[in-house]
Design a protein around this ligand. Structure first.
Ligand code: OGA
Ligand code: MN
Length: 233
């Protein structure tokens, strides 16, 4: 199966050519190790039907006010700062048929990355995101070093026939110098951007048409047990 792996440009070491590795996860592991990010088209691997049903689901959520304004920061620092991000989100629970299939897929990615990179990823969390025309997400990191929380970020795009003129590209910055752009990913159906959450600054440029995606974060921490089932010290 052919997979179109984008060539990051922030290294003098040429990446492995697409296709020769056989398994697309091998290419992802190489990209993450060498550059900290990779873009890969997995439509053939996921299947058009799953992509279409996810796309139908997010569109229905969008049309029925199921998407809520996204925030920035954690806990007490959590704010809805529209100068930083303007997308709307809905967390996935994995309970509908397409979400269940997507969760199986994500769990395969989690286990596959652990096997290749020994990352100790224990779980993931995922949300749908919609950007309306004019929406953007300024340059940011998904996680702060040392928290072992979000370790690998994955964004799956759900937009047919996305053109450069539609805006909304994901800009990837150099992990050593966040003024240098390493790559740009158009949010085309079945395309994924995968990157190290603590290392790779990134930004979503202003979209000129509605932009649909699923964002997923693979985490090293365990789910905290609810208070009532914690053992006494
Ligand atoms: C995010 C994010 C990138 C994208 O949700 O944190 O950076 O391309 N998304 O949608
Ligand atoms: Mn992000």
């Amino acid at each position: 199966m052919e997979h179109n792996v984008a060539v990051p440009i922030c290294s003098s070491v040429p990446p492995e050519p697409a296709g020769v590795l056989g398994d697309w996860l091998d290419a992802v592991a190489v990209g993450l190790t060498d550059y900290g990010w990779v873009s890969v088209d997995v439509g053939d691997h996921m299947g058009d039907q799953l992509l279409q049903s996810l796309r139908d689901e997010i569109q229905i959520l969008d049309l029925t006010a199921g998407m809520k304004a996204a925030g920035v920061g954690r806990g007490a620092d959590h704010t809805r700062d529209r100068s930083i991000r303007r997308d709307k989100i809905a967390w996935l629970q994995g309970v509908t048929v397409p979400q269940n299939a997507l969760f199986d897929f994500f769990d395969g990615v989690r286990a596959g990355l652990n096997r290749r990179l020994f990352l100790g990823l224990k779980r993931f969390e995922a949300h749908y995101a919609t950007y309306q025309p004019g929406d953007f997400y300024r340059r940011h990191l998904d996680s702060f070093a040392g928290r072992a929380s979000r370790v690998v970020s994955l964004v799956l795009y759900l937009n047919e026939d996305w053109q450069a003129a539609d805006g909304g590209a994901l800009q990837i910055f150099n992990r050593e110098n966040d003024l240098e752009i390493c790559g740009s990913v158009l949010p085309e159906m079945g395309r994924m951007a995968i990157f190290m959450s603590e290392d790779i600054p990134h930004e979503v440029l202003q979209a000129n048409r509605t932009r649909y995606s699923v964002a997923c974060w693979f985490r090293q921490d365990e789910v905290p047990l609810p208070l009532e089932v914690r053992l006494p010290l």
